[in-house]
Design a protein around this ligand. Structure first.
Ligand SMILES: [Fe+2]
Ligand SMILES: [Fe+2]
Length: 175
């Protein structure tokens, strides 16, 4: 038996894929909650448009969660029920930054997951994830526009150890 507590690189087993998709699902639950709450508490004329947009995001995140849960079930796993923790704040800018930070992480995770799905020959899973990542990038664009900044680069999944698809030095050079 090999040690299983680190996230592997490109070539992963079905069980590892199920585990990683469950982490993705926890992120989708987190996004549903954050967008549901933030869209309602974001106050002020400057934020009317983005608040409406965040409501739309909440619905899209729910659709993502259902799609990921379906793929977990298809692979023979049990979809999890716990969201990742949601940051709370009264400050609109902080809320939007928290959303953007989560989206960056999500895009980084799905980029990796798509490559892993392709390597497994799970092309339907790959297609599902590709459709999701298109919307996650649109979420990033909406949030960055509201914050009046450029879309920051996606975040590499943190707990990966010398994965061969890892892009080196990009994060350090972009800080
Ligand atoms: Fe999502
Ligand atoms: Fe999103």
């Amino acid at each position: 038996m090999t040690k299983e507590n680190i996230t592997p690189g490109l070539n992963i087993t079905r069980d590892q894929m199920i585990r990683l998709l469950n982490e993705d699902l926890a992120g989708e639950y987190q996004a549903i909650i954050a967008y549901t709450v933030y869209s309602q508490v974001l106050k002020g004329a400057a934020y009317t448009d983005i608040a409406r947009e965040l409501e739309v995001h909440a619905g899209e995140e729910l659709a993502h969660a259902i799609k990921i849960a379906k793929q977990i079930d298809y692979l023979g796993g049990m979809p999890g029920v716990m969201p990742k923790p949601v940051k709370t704040s009264n400050d609109p800018v902080e809320m939007l930054r928290a959303d953007l930070e989560n989206e960056r992480e999500t895009v980084g995770r799905y980029r990796e997951r798509i490559r892993q799905a392709e390597a497994m020959g799970e092309f339907a899973l790959s297609e599902t994830l590709r459709a999701i990542i298109v919307q996650e990038q649109e979420h990033e664009i909406d949030l960055a526009a509201a914050l009046d900044i450029n879309v920051p680069p996606a975040k590499e999944p943190a707990n990966r150890k010398n994965g061969h698809n890892q892009v080196k030095n990009t994060q350090a050079s972009r800080r």
